[in-house]
Design a protein around this ligand. Structure first.
Ligand code: SAM
Length: 187
């Protein structure tokens, strides 16, 4: 079970990128998204995507004490990854993570300067290259390497609409109609 904790969100300037962190967590295989500090608008946006495109996330919530959240996570036996350009190489970290096979993994991504405590609490401080780039890029690459690409075409529960892969053009179908059709076909 993999959750993503986005810390240091600045409601006045990070709305779009934080939404993208949440969408990336969802599309690339995470089961939970936790935002700090709280910004209800972002949670509502993610919930509306889940309603329309289907359920991947079991938790969409926020906290105003993210360090407390991390401490509780660890107390309950969970492991922590912190994505930072200063960390160990992503492939080395993923080898270790797979060997230790944690039941619960919290992935922390920052916005601006990340307080030192997070580096200390992390079981793995992980870099996706040693150049500065973006929390969205770092999260996508990390999750894709962790799941070896298998997360990309999972089918969510309860989608209203669904895309049919197409070489050219846009093919979107009513997912509810489609599943009713399949049920009828199997009777
Ligand atoms: N200067 C900040 C710091 O002290 O960590 C980095 C800010 S960066 C715009 C925002 C976030 O993107 C970071 O907190 C980290 O989670 C992620 N990030 C950026 N580049 C990264 C890299 N090369 N590897 C892993 N994560 C990265």
């Amino acid at each position: 079970k993999i959750y993503v904790l986005r810390i240091g969100h600045r409601p006045e300037r990070d709305k779009r990128i934080t939404t993208h962190v949440g969408l990336t967590a969802r599309a690339f295989g995470a089961k939970g998204f936790i935002l700090a500090p709280c910004d209800e608008k972002i949670l509502e946006k993610l919930k509306s995507v889940e309603r329309r495109w289907g359920r991947f996330l079991e938790i969409i919530e926020c906290t105003n004490s993210p360090l407390g959240y991390v401490r509780r996570w660890k107390k309950e036996g969970g492991k922590v990854v912190h994505l930072t350009m200063y960390g160990m190489k992503v492939d080395d970290a993923i080898d270790e993570i797979k060997k230790s096979n944690p039941q619960r993994l919290l992935i922390i991504v920052g916005a601006e300067k990340v307080p030192w405590e997070y580096y200390e609490h992390a079981d793995w401080n992980v870099s996706v290259g040693n150049q500065p780039h973006s929390e969205v890029a770092a999260l996508a690459v990390f999750l894709d390497r962790l799941f070896e690409g298998k997360e990309l075409y999972r089918e969510p529960e309860g989608a209203q609409i669904k895309i049919l892969p197409s070489r050219r053009g846009k093919e979107v179908v009513d997912a509810a109609e489609e599943s009713r059709g399949t049920e009828e076909g199997t009777l």
